[in-house]
Design a binder for this molecule. Sequence first.
Ligand SMILES: NC(=O)c1ccc[n+]([C@@H]2O[C@H](COP(=O)([O-])OP(=O)(O)OC[C@H]3O[C@@H](n4cnc5c(N)ncnc54)[C@H](OP(=O)(O)O)[C@@H]3O)[C@@H](O)[C@H]2O)c1
Ligand SMILES: [Mg+2]
Length: 329
Amino acid sequence: MVKVYHDKDIDESVLKGKTVAVLGYGSQGRAQALNLRDSGTKVLVGLRPGGKSWKRAQEDGFKPVSHLEAAQRGDVVLMLMPDMAQPSVYKEEVSLAMKPGKALQFAHGFNIHFGEIKPPKDVDVIMVAPKSPGPEMRRQYEAGFGVPALVAVHQDASGHALEKALAVAKALGSGRAGVIETTYKDETESDLFGEQAVLCGGVDQLIRRGFKVLTEAGYPPELAYFEVCNELKLIVDLIYKSGLGGMYRAVSDTAKWGGMSVGPMIVDDHVEDNMRRALKAVRDGSFAKAWIAESKAGAKRFEKLFAECDALEIEKVGRQVRRMSGLEK
Ligand SMILES: NC(=O)c1ccc[n+]([C@@H]2O[C@H](COP(=O)([O-])OP(=O)(O)OC[C@H]3O[C@@H](n4cnc5c(N)ncnc54)[C@H](OP(=O)(O)O)[C@@H]3O)[C@@H](O)[C@H]2O)c1
Ligand SMILES: [Mg+2]
């Protein structure tokens, strides 16, 4: 059984009088900086001068400093810029500040697990990985809840590494939802697999292929959009609240029968084999190697895939539909 911590199990006093340096102010950085500050933690934001988020951090009332200065003044240093940007920021600035007593913290284990960042032995290396996009984590915190998070320790130099990670997780609001103790290896591999096979890649392909099949057969694109994309949120909300069974109990008997009898024909053993292949590439490091090479070579294929996605018909129809219904401006 995994160990799950809640607010009452976590002693936040280990952060008392300490400064948390938040490096990066994007999806996770902004949400984490604001949640930490609202929980009474002293937060210092570290950014590259002249970047877009410098102004955003100022507008939120922070006084950003360079990565190096933030890492020097911070007791716990949160690396919250994109995974592919972390190794050079670490090498050029953060590493110069890594003195004994500090803790280096990540929101995803990629660079530590795959050896792209190798911190000195005398600092704590910890992880707090919120299981949510940043803006949603902020929304939940503001609503008095929190999103679940994983914590892990890669190096415990101080003897208090886990306590530090738990205290940060609590300040982020995650102790209200549940903080699960795991390892860098398990977080990294399961996170990469999840986003590829189900959450981002799998769902994206189900939606775009469902839309393609319906519109090719002559159904109006707006109808196809509502059917295979818009309504997905309502179904996922049901699964989130009450599981697969809860979802099936809420839909019609015809949808129950169709879903459970035809579903396995759509996502079949062949898809499961593909998932195993994706997991293997994550575990043997070949996915990481290829992604790092792609990023270093200028991310051209990455940009091309993005442009292809933006040009999909479902994206155009979806935008129109969302504008008409006031969901998107
Ligand atoms: N997205 C999520 O919700 C999510 C969820 C769980 C875990 N994580 C993890 O959290 C970490 C941060 O991810 P994210 O999605 O929050 O990142 P992000 O939004 O893409 O990060 C943007 C921030 O990073 C800075 N940045 C971008 N490129 C940089 C570079 N080359 N050098 C220095 N700074 C740079 C940006 O500054 P400028 O304004 O100056 O460009 C901005 O402040 C990653 O480890 C990720 O795996 C993310
Ligand atoms: Mg991820």
